[in-house]
Design a protein around this ligand. Structure first.
Ligand code: AVJ
Length: 320
């Protein structure tokens, strides 16, 4: 291969206006370096996340599903008849089906998700399988204030936020989110899925699976940048590193540089030292008491909590 071939490839123009480009540049120019985990989820990242959910070490998805399966009737009773259901970050809308199957005369279902394409497909599937249900998808970022029409008089609005997605928020962000949700859901409530504090070894294993799927998921952030932004990250120059920090009750995921390296982000040259990290995700774990206190502070009244036998995961009802 002629040595010139590399240099004659015209560099792709840096898409400076794209939100991912802006966030990635900001991530590499602040200290400590960190980026929002929302950028994991392109098509490839979503596929890898689906594989994570099937891993033997990754207990949250199957544990929450078992809790929903075992207690959906009781949950539907707490929600009550004729409710409007709003799911935050609905994705493929598969968990909510366990609730919908037991819910009496739901008035309407509003799945909210940033990915419009994903949402339309999920809504079509729900309309097919629940012919009487009024499905009203909303393509929006649920961390911002949601603009929803006021429910008809007498209709209780109930939120569904499964998957311990709330764990991606810091406690301060979780409080802000819950305050907004309490306001939106006043008179109804929130059904919240939360991963619980447990043996650190178990937590560690869930984010360090033997097949390396979580590592691929983490590294996909840089692979995605290479695909979408034309960066030239060498994926073999970074290690996946995930650990539990008990004092902050959270898993931290990082990409650690294996060597000193220079990367170009458009017009900006970034120097990365050997051992330097990009913090890509935090996944906060809660105790039942900590969750209850946070919910109270946000203006909810904690009600029943459903747990698995091992007490690894919890689906908590919060009355608004
Ligand atoms: C989707 C945020 C709940 O934190 O466990 C899984 C994402 N990251 N493995 C989590 C994730 C690495 C997941 N959440």
């Amino acid at each position: 291969r002629p040595a010139a071939s590399f240099d004659t490839v015209a560099a792709r123009p840096w898409p400076a206006d794209e939100p991912f480009a802006r966030d990635l540049l900001a991530a590499f120019t602040r200290r400590p370096r960190s980026i929002s985990p929302k950028w994991f989820y392109d098509a490839e990242g979503s596929r890898l996340f689906d594989r994570i959910c099937e891993l033997p070490e990754y207990y949250p998805t199957r544990t929450e599903r078992a809790i929903l399966q075992a207690h959906a009737r009781e949950m539907a009773d707490v929600i009550g008849p004729g409710a409007e259901l709003v799911e935050f970050g609905a994705g493929s809308c598969d968990k909510v089906r366990l609730i919908l199957d037991e819910l009496r005369e739901p008035r309407c279902f509003r799945p909210v998700d940033i990915s419009a394409a994903h949402l339309q497909a999920a809504a079509a599937g729900l309309r097919r399988d629940y012919p009487g249900l009024d499905v009203q998808p909303l393509a929006a970022d649920y961390t911002q204030r949601l603009l929803l029409p006021a429910p008809e008089p007498g209709v209780r609005r109930v939120g569904f936020f499964p998957g311990s997605t709330i764990g991606n928020f810091t406690p301060e962000e979780a409080l802000a989110f819950l305050r907004g949700a309490a306001e939106l859901l006043r008179g109804g409530g929130l059904l919240l899925g939360v991963d619980l504090v447990k043996d650190p070894q178990r937590l560690h294993a869930a984010y360090n699976d033997r097949q390396g799927v979580t590592a691929a998921f983490n590294l996909n952030l840089l692979a995605r940048a290479n695909r979408e932004l034309g960066t030239r990250f060498d994926l073999s120059a970074f290690d996946h590193y995930a650990f539990y920090e008990p004092r902050l009750q959270r898993i931290e995921m990082h990409l650690v540089s294996r060597c000193r390296q220079d990367v170009r982000l458009g017009g900006t040259a970034v120097e990365i030292e050997e051992g330097e990290t990009l913090h890509t995700e935090s996944s906060h774990k809660y105790t039942l008491d900590g969750l209850g206190a946070l919910a109270l502070q946000a203006g909810f009244r904690p009600g029943p909590a459903w747990l698995d036998e091992e007490r690894w995961f919890c689906v908590q009802w919060l009355a608004a």
